[in-house]
Design a protein around this ligand. Structure first.
Ligand code: SAM
Ligand code: DTB
Ligand code: SF4
Length: 321
């Protein structure tokens, strides 16, 4: 299978617009070749620093610019975070993702605590992922040295639609952050959100930027907007589940070897729609009953979902009990 980084927007648009059955068929063939055992990765999320963020991302309940009822809280302590990571591991998670509602990482005690969390999560035998906004080259190097597996920084939407969603940080700054993560040798987790009022052309354009990254991001989260009260996007209509299926399938075709993570918005999907997303090539989910500030299906429901779909999870994490 050839991995391409030169997809044109027209080619991607044509994939998104294929008759659904044809799109699914193509995506399944790519997926079967790239991930023959159909192993799904389970990633648990924890918000270490919640709320009070100075960025103005229109979808986000954690921004100080919006009136959602997420209040700014101090960071969680290292021991508490590691206890939650251990619980996630014992429930079967492979990756532990920690979030900070920051514009960027600053040096000092909270960064030292982040490094201790990364080391601790790795010692538990889990992959560690951090999402904390922009970072500098030396900070990325220290995260790599602490054993960070992946850094999550999403492009969120197309370059064309971006200014309608965020004004406090540019698309170019996001791309520069991604570059620093790569330079430090950390895996990239980078994707976007649908349901922000973007057009089909915007979706194709976002996918084009992602697929032109060389190498492709190792994981690509596809989020459906969770329209939270108090955010400027609170009244956005719900995403059509089949649009999510199309987005996942197209991401799978463009980036055969990436983990395509079916991310926020699963609570709005019934079991069958989630199974269609798995069929379309999603091979990772967020696992555990909360995302950062909003809900996610319960662990038992997800176990049942995966069993109903007949997919297996990645090997259990190397246990270091
Ligand atoms: N502050 C850091 C940043 O923005 O990179 C890290 C945390 S931020 C909450 C991580 C990602 O969560 C965002 O880039 C966005 O893609 C996703 N996200 C946030 N709120 C969301 C919502 N209401 N619905 C769907 N995805 C959301
Ligand atoms: C990603 O793409 N989605 C996750 C994770 N990366 C950090 C976050 C989703 C957040 C949904 C809204 C909330 O719970 O606050
Ligand atoms: Fe802050 Fe991240 Fe939310 Fe944007 S998405 S407001 S940067 S926490």
């Amino acid at each position: 299978m050839i991995t391409r980084h030169d997809w044109s927007q027209a080619e991607i648009q044509a994939l998104l617009d294929l008759p659904l059955m044809e799109l699914l068929w193509q995506a399944q063939q790519v997926h079967r070749a790239a991930n023959p055992g159909y192993r799904v990765q389970l990633a648990s999320l924890l918000s270490v620093k919640t709320g009070g963020c100075e960025e103005d991302c229109a979808y986000c309940p954690q921004s100080i610019h919006h009136s959602s009822d997420v209040s700014g809280r101090p960071e969680l302590e290292v021991e508490l975070v590691l206890a939650r990571a251990r619980d996630a591991r014992d429930a079967g998670a492979h990756r532990f993702c920690m979030g900070w509602a920051w514009r960027d990482i600053r040096d000092g005690a909270p960064f030292e605590a982040m490094l201790a969390m990364v080391r601790g999560v790795r010692e538990l035998g889990l992959e560690a992922c951090v999402t904390a906004g922009m970072l500098t080259g030396p900070q990325a190097a220290r995260l790599a040295e602490a054993g960070l597996t992946a850094y999550n920084h999403n492009l969120d939407t197309s370059p064309e639609h971006y200014d309608r969603i965020i004004s406090t940080r540019s698309y170019q700054e996001r791309l520069e952050t991604l570059e620093r993560v790569r330079t430090a040798g950390i895996q990239l987790c980078c994707g976007g959100i649908i349901g922000l009022g973007e057009s089909n052309a915007d979706r194709a354009s976002l996918l084009q930027v992602l697929a032109s990254l060389d190498p492709h991001p190792e994981s690509v989260p596809i989020n459906a907007l969770v329209a939270v009260e108090g955010t400027p996007l609170e009244d956005r209509p719900a995403v059509d589940p089949l649009d999510l299926v199309r987005m996942v399938a197209t991401a799978r075709i463009l980036m055969p070897h990436s983990r395509v993570r079916l991310s926020a918005g699963r609570e709005q999907l019934n079991r069958e729609a989630q199974i269609l997303c798995l069929l379309a090539g999603a091979d990772s989910i967020f696992y555990g009953d909360t995302l950062l500030t909003t809900g996610n299906p319960a662990v038992e429901a997800d176990r049942e979902l995966l069993a109903a779909a007949g997919v297996r999870v990645e090997a259990e994490p190397a246990l270091a009990r």
